[in-house]
Design a binder for this molecule. Structure first.
Ligand SMILES: Cc1cc2nc3c(=O)[nH]c(=O)nc-3n(C[C@H](O)[C@H](O)[C@H](O)COP(=O)(O)O)c2cc1C
Ligand code: SF4
Ligand code: SF4
Length: 302
């Protein structure tokens, strides 16, 4: 891990350089192709899960693969005996792409399957949910780890920089134990934690007004009133379209146009260089931010 620090929109790299590299497809480095004993599939919006997946892959000598890159494959049959899934929680569950992946994974019962979820509020029983999905396909979750990270969703703006730093420090504290467990192919406890307990944490209490604002808006005007939109600062740079892991954004007449298959990761909003994107033009307390060890190029290479 390097450059640990802020989650405030800066990547610790030169932004202009990052952008130039991001729009040059020739600069992309594909994940390495040798057969590895472990493959790690990841999904990430602000880079929290990517940072975790990348560190794990480095330590375990695993191949690192974006989940989005296999989204169109009918079946997935890695040569590796161990398969890891690293992802954020959205609405207290794994992104739908994760459960779709499990349904297409070959020889589920014959593999060591592990997962790490990153979360901003509470892991809830999302890893148990994943275990159930694996069991329905003849396998099970051998180990499920939950790692607290800065909240990338509604109300995340309420976290101070000190609180963000503290949250970012969780992962370096846990990596040795998690890698040891995976290397030994240990059957470990599936971690969980409950939202109501989390909500007594002072940092999370500060998010509540935003969460209530969101609920009120949906109740009064419907969820459509919170559709992604670009404001006047948008200069048509296309970063949002390039970063979207599911190709949900077209640029039409120099402006982003969101389609109907959004995965809800907020990557477009967080990575827009002009901070021009919002939910329906309303302030929902979402601070444009990303993991300090992850840059735009890392995200666009997916
Ligand atoms: C749309 C959205 C919904 C979220 N919902 C939850 C949630 O229900 N529970 C939770 O603990 N964190 C939630 N989060 C926070 C993320 O899970 C957390 O910040 C995660 O580390 C983001 O990882 P990423 O940068 O890899 O996407 C949500 C974030 C977003 C953008
Ligand atoms: S919304 Fe942001 S990222 Fe998308 S084109 Fe406009 S300025 Fe670029
Ligand atoms: S449109 Fe934005 S929020 Fe939806 S999947 Fe694409 S990047 Fe994520």
């Amino acid at each position: 891990m390097s450059g640990r620090g802020r989650q405030d929109g800066g990547s610790g790299r030169d932004d202009a350089e990052e952008l130039r590299a991001a729009v040059n497809p020739d600069s992309a480095v594909l994940p390495h192709r040798e057969v590895s004993r472990t493959e790690i599939y990841y999904f990430s919006g602000t880079g929290n899960s990517l940072a975790v997946a990348r560190d794990l892959a480095g330590r375990l000598g695993a191949r690192l693969i974006p989940l989005a890159s296999v989204a169109e494959q009918e079946s997935i049959d890695p040569a590796a005996d161990a398969v890891g899934l690293v992802f954020p929680l959205y609405d207290f569950r794994p992104p739908s792409m994760v459960e779709r992946f499990i349904r297409r994974l070959g020889n589920v019962g014959g593999r060591y399957v592990f997962a790490v979820c990153t979360y901003g509020i509470a892991p809830s029983r999302s890893l148990h949910r994943l275990d159930r999905a694996l069991r329905a396909c003849g396998g099970h979750l051998a180990a499920g780890f939950a790692v607290a990270m800065p909240h990338s969703g509604i109300g995340g703006q309420a976290l101070s920089s000190t609180e963000r730093e503290k949250l970012l420090a969780n992962w370096p504290r846990r990596i040795d134990g998690i890698c040891g467990c995976i290397s030994a192919r240990t059957e470990a406890r599936i971690e969980s934690g409950f939202p109501l307990r989390a909500l007594v944490r002072p940092a999370l209490v500060k998010m509540l007004p935003y969460l209530l604002r969101y609920v009120k808006q949906v109740a009064r005007k419907g969820v459509q009133s919170l559709a992604m939109t670009a404001g006047r600062d948008c200069d048509g740079c296309r970063v949002c379209a390039r970063i979207c892991p599911v190709g949900n954004i077209d640029i039409v007449a120099g402006r982003p146009l969101w389609q109907d298959h959004c995965a809800g990761c907020f990557a477009c909003l967080h990575w827009c260089p002009k901070k021009a994107i919002s939910l329906g033009g309303l302030d929902m307390g979402i601070q444009a931010c990303h993991h300090p060890d992850v840059g735009l190029t890392d995200m666009i290479r997916r």
